[in-house]
Design a protein around this ligand. Structure first.
Ligand code: FES
Length: 152
Protein backbone atom coordinates (compact mmCIF):
# COMPACT_ATOMS: atom_id res chain seq x y z
CA UNK A 1 0.00 0.00 0.00
CA UNK A 2 1.57 3.26 -1.16
CA UNK A 3 0.95 6.88 -0.25
CA UNK A 4 0.28 8.98 -3.33
CA UNK A 5 -2.21 11.43 -4.70
CA UNK A 6 -4.39 10.20 -7.54
CA UNK A 7 -7.20 12.35 -8.86
CA UNK A 8 -10.61 10.79 -8.99
CA UNK A 9 -9.83 8.21 -6.37
CA UNK A 10 -12.40 6.51 -4.16
CA UNK A 11 -12.82 5.86 -0.48
CA UNK A 12 -13.18 2.23 0.49
CA UNK A 13 -16.94 2.69 0.92
CA UNK A 14 -17.29 4.36 -2.49
CA UNK A 15 -15.17 1.67 -4.08
CA UNK A 16 -17.21 -1.11 -2.49
CA UNK A 17 -20.48 0.50 -3.54
CA UNK A 18 -19.39 1.08 -7.13
CA UNK A 19 -17.84 -2.38 -7.46
CA UNK A 20 -20.84 -4.07 -5.89
CA UNK A 21 -18.83 -5.90 -3.23
CA UNK A 22 -18.48 -5.69 0.53
CA UNK A 23 -15.72 -3.61 2.05
CA UNK A 24 -14.36 -6.83 3.56
CA UNK A 25 -14.14 -8.27 0.04
CA UNK A 26 -11.97 -5.37 -1.05
CA UNK A 27 -9.74 -5.91 1.95
CA UNK A 28 -9.49 -9.59 1.07
CA UNK A 29 -8.64 -8.88 -2.57
CA UNK A 30 -6.02 -6.43 -1.43
CA UNK A 31 -4.53 -8.86 1.06
CA UNK A 32 -4.37 -11.40 -1.78
CA UNK A 33 -2.45 -8.91 -3.92
CA UNK A 34 -5.22 -8.60 -6.50
CA UNK A 35 -5.88 -4.88 -6.07
CA UNK A 36 -3.99 -1.97 -4.54
CA UNK A 37 -4.91 1.01 -2.40
CA UNK A 38 -3.00 3.89 -0.94
CA UNK A 39 -3.28 5.89 2.30
CA UNK A 40 -4.02 9.56 2.83
CA UNK A 41 -1.95 11.51 5.37
CA UNK A 42 -4.89 10.90 7.74
CA UNK A 43 -4.37 7.15 7.11
CA UNK A 44 -7.59 6.69 5.16
CA UNK A 45 -7.54 3.96 2.55
CA UNK A 46 -8.13 5.22 -1.01
CA UNK A 47 -8.47 3.38 -4.30
CA UNK A 48 -7.55 4.51 -7.74
CA UNK A 49 -10.78 4.30 -9.74
CA UNK A 50 -8.94 2.15 -12.28
CA UNK A 51 -8.93 -0.65 -9.69
CA UNK A 52 -12.63 -1.08 -10.45
CA UNK A 53 -11.78 -2.95 -13.63
CA UNK A 54 -9.65 -5.39 -11.67
CA UNK A 55 -12.49 -6.02 -9.24
CA UNK A 56 -14.88 -6.58 -12.15
CA UNK A 57 -12.51 -9.12 -13.69
CA UNK A 58 -12.06 -10.89 -10.37
CA UNK A 59 -15.81 -11.14 -9.86
CA UNK A 60 -16.56 -12.42 -13.33
CA UNK A 61 -13.68 -14.88 -13.18
CA UNK A 62 -14.89 -16.28 -9.87
CA UNK A 63 -18.44 -16.54 -11.18
CA UNK A 64 -17.28 -18.73 -14.06
CA UNK A 65 -15.12 -20.88 -11.81
CA UNK A 66 -11.65 -19.51 -12.50
CA UNK A 67 -9.61 -20.07 -9.34
CA UNK A 68 -8.24 -17.06 -7.51
CA UNK A 69 -4.66 -18.22 -8.14
CA UNK A 70 -5.28 -17.96 -11.89
CA UNK A 71 -6.83 -14.54 -11.47
CA UNK A 72 -3.79 -13.46 -9.47
CA UNK A 73 -1.47 -14.84 -12.12
CA UNK A 74 -3.23 -12.86 -14.84
CA UNK A 75 -3.49 -9.63 -12.86
CA UNK A 76 0.17 -9.83 -11.84
CA UNK A 77 1.01 -9.36 -15.51
CA UNK A 78 -0.51 -5.89 -15.46
CA UNK A 79 1.54 -2.83 -14.59
CA UNK A 80 0.84 -0.98 -11.36
CA UNK A 81 1.28 2.73 -10.80
CA UNK A 82 0.13 3.74 -14.27
CA UNK A 83 -2.92 3.35 -16.49
CA UNK A 84 -3.22 -0.10 -17.99
CA UNK A 85 -3.19 0.07 -21.77
CA UNK A 86 -5.12 -2.09 -24.20
CA UNK A 87 -1.84 -3.81 -25.06
CA UNK A 88 -1.26 -4.57 -21.37
CA UNK A 89 -4.71 -6.15 -21.09
CA UNK A 90 -4.22 -8.13 -24.27
CA UNK A 91 -0.86 -9.46 -23.08
CA UNK A 92 -2.15 -10.36 -19.62
CA UNK A 93 -5.34 -11.88 -21.03
CA UNK A 94 -3.49 -14.02 -23.54
CA UNK A 95 -2.54 -16.52 -20.84
CA UNK A 96 -6.25 -17.13 -20.26
CA UNK A 97 -7.23 -17.78 -23.85
CA UNK A 98 -6.44 -21.52 -23.93
CA UNK A 99 -7.82 -22.04 -20.45
CA UNK A 100 -11.04 -20.24 -21.30
CA UNK A 101 -11.47 -22.24 -24.49
CA UNK A 102 -10.99 -25.49 -22.56
CA UNK A 103 -13.42 -24.31 -19.90
CA UNK A 104 -15.99 -23.35 -22.51
CA UNK A 105 -15.63 -26.77 -24.15
CA UNK A 106 -16.09 -28.43 -20.78
CA UNK A 107 -19.15 -26.35 -19.97
CA UNK A 108 -20.66 -27.14 -23.37
CA UNK A 109 -20.00 -30.81 -22.73
CA UNK A 110 -21.61 -30.57 -19.31
CA UNK A 111 -24.60 -28.80 -20.80
CA UNK A 112 -24.88 -31.61 -23.35
CA UNK A 113 -24.70 -34.20 -20.61
CA UNK A 114 -27.42 -32.37 -18.70
CA UNK A 115 -29.69 -33.12 -21.63
CA UNK A 116 -28.62 -36.73 -21.76
CA UNK A 117 -27.07 -38.68 -18.88
CA UNK A 118 -27.23 -36.41 -15.89
CA UNK A 119 -30.65 -36.93 -14.46
CA UNK A 120 -31.13 -40.14 -16.45
CA UNK A 121 -29.10 -42.60 -14.41
CA UNK A 122 -29.89 -45.64 -16.57
CA UNK A 123 -26.24 -46.41 -17.50
CA UNK A 124 -27.60 -48.38 -20.41
CA UNK A 125 -25.06 -50.84 -21.81
CA UNK A 126 -26.14 -49.96 -25.32
CA UNK A 127 -26.86 -46.26 -25.22
CA UNK A 128 -25.06 -44.54 -22.37
CA UNK A 129 -21.84 -42.70 -23.31
CA UNK A 130 -20.85 -42.69 -19.64
CA UNK A 131 -21.02 -46.46 -19.19
CA UNK A 132 -17.63 -47.70 -18.00
CA UNK A 133 -17.58 -51.48 -18.26
CA UNK A 134 -15.71 -53.06 -15.34
CA UNK A 135 -14.40 -49.60 -14.43
CA UNK A 136 -11.87 -49.75 -17.25
CA UNK A 137 -11.27 -46.01 -16.90
CA UNK A 138 -10.22 -46.51 -13.28
CA UNK A 139 -6.97 -48.02 -14.57
CA UNK A 140 -6.10 -44.63 -16.08
CA UNK A 141 -6.17 -42.88 -12.71
CA UNK A 142 -8.51 -41.44 -10.09
CA UNK A 143 -11.37 -39.07 -10.58
CA UNK A 144 -13.86 -38.46 -13.34
CA UNK A 145 -11.66 -39.67 -16.21
CA UNK A 146 -13.81 -38.47 -19.08
CA UNK A 147 -14.14 -34.99 -17.61
CA UNK A 148 -10.47 -34.73 -16.78
CA UNK A 149 -9.60 -35.86 -20.30
CA UNK A 150 -11.64 -32.97 -21.64
CA UNK A 151 -9.72 -30.49 -19.48
CA UNK A 152 -6.26 -31.59 -20.66
S1 FES B 1 -27.30 -42.47 -17.81
FE1 FES B 1 -28.89 -42.84 -19.19
S2 FES B 1 -27.96 -42.57 -21.14
FE2 FES B 1 -26.35 -42.24 -19.71
Amino acid sequence: MATKAVPNDLSVGEMAKRAGVAVSTLHYYEAEGLIESWRTPANHRRYDRRQLRRVAIIRVALQVGIPLREVREMLSGLPSGRAVTAADWAKAGAIWQDRLRRRIALLERLAGQMDHCIGCGCLSLENCPLYNRNDALGAEGPGARRWEEAQD
